[in-house]
Write a protein that binds this ligand. Structure first.
Ligand SMILES: Nc1ncnc2c1ncn2[C@@H]1O[C@H](COP(=O)(O)OP(=O)(O)OP(=O)(O)O)[C@@H](O)[C@H]1O
Length: 247
């Protein structure tokens, strides 16, 4: 469905992403993890068309979309959520979700009907008339998801949708994300909450200092010495092994 081929992104002298590649197969939930500053959000911005890479290609279902602007990619079926959730504070929940729905439904009545259906699916059916600014953090995260889903994507890019949620809120939203996948929407998600990554992802890519250092099942990448070192520092995998071997 999506192929990111050898992407490099330089900001002046800083290489935020250096030759990173990944593949997303349809119908899967694929995780993108890595330490802070690894380049995950930059890579998302490149996939969604908010940034043009210094080098490399983004291919969606066989078509090179590297030069296409974000609105065209949205039309082609790519939607993203943002790490920092910023709903339109002056609009209510229905109107906020409808902003996404207008991509495919020109009439207000149709867009609002679509928004209501998405809201119900995400447990926001009782909040439709509330100002978006009155929602809790968990409610805003659901609203962010709803706005993206209202564009009727085929590929959904989730940027840390679980950040800032408490364990019980995370437990509530994990099945919602799985249900979105089960309805046929492919998901690529940046996530720091490892419990959720283990639970949700069919496959995980690990980015560190702009380079893709590992890929595999969540279980495989968690025990990969390169991944352990990227998170815990050089020599960590050896130290952990030695400690584990001690009587
Ligand atoms: N517009 C920009 N201009 C200059 N440097 C940038 C820009 N955007 C990102 N960077 C730098 O690129 C690197 C990668 O940042 P990025 O936000 O993509 O990492 P991340 O993996 O998403 O981190 P986090 O998990 O903390 O969100 C960082 O060093 C960051 O400071």
């Amino acid at each position: 469905m999506l192929e990111v081929q050898d992407i490099t992104m330089r900001f002046g002298g800083l290489t935020a992403v250096g030759g990173a590649s990944l593949k997303v197969v349809p119908g899967r939930i694929v995780g993108l993890i890595g330490p802070n500053g690894a380049g995950k959000t930059t890579l998302f911005a490149i996939i969604a068309g908010f940034l043009t890479p210094t080098a490399g290609r983004v291919v969606l279902e066989g078509t090179d979309i590297t030069g296409r602007p974000a609105h065209e990619r949205a039309k082609l079926g790519i939607a993203r959520t943002f790490q920092i959730v910023q709903p339109f504070a002056g609009l209510n929940v229905r109107e906020n979700i409808a902003v996404g729905a207008y991509l495919r439904h020109a009439g207000a009545a149709e867009a609002h009907a679509r928004a209501e259906a998405v809201a119900r699916r995400l447990g926001l059916g009782g909040d439709l008339d509330k100002p978006a600014s009155s929602l809790t953090v968990a409610g805003r995260k659901r609203l962010e998801l709803a706005r993206a889903l209202a564009t009727e994507p085929r590929l959904l890019l989730l940027d840390e949708v679980l950040a800032g949620l408490n364990p019980s809120e995370i437990r509530d939203i994990v099945p919602v994300i799985r249900a979105i996948r089960d309805e046929g929407i492919t998901i690529l998600m940046i996530e720091h909450v490892m419990q959720a990554v283990m639970n949700l992802c069919d496959e995980v890519y690990v980015l560190a200092q702009g380079e893709m250092i590992a890929e595999g099942t969540p279980r495989e990448v968690c025990v990969d010495p390169k991944v352990i070192e990227a998170y815990l520092g050089r020599g960590a995998a050896e130290r952990l092994k030695a400690e584990g071997a001690r009587p």
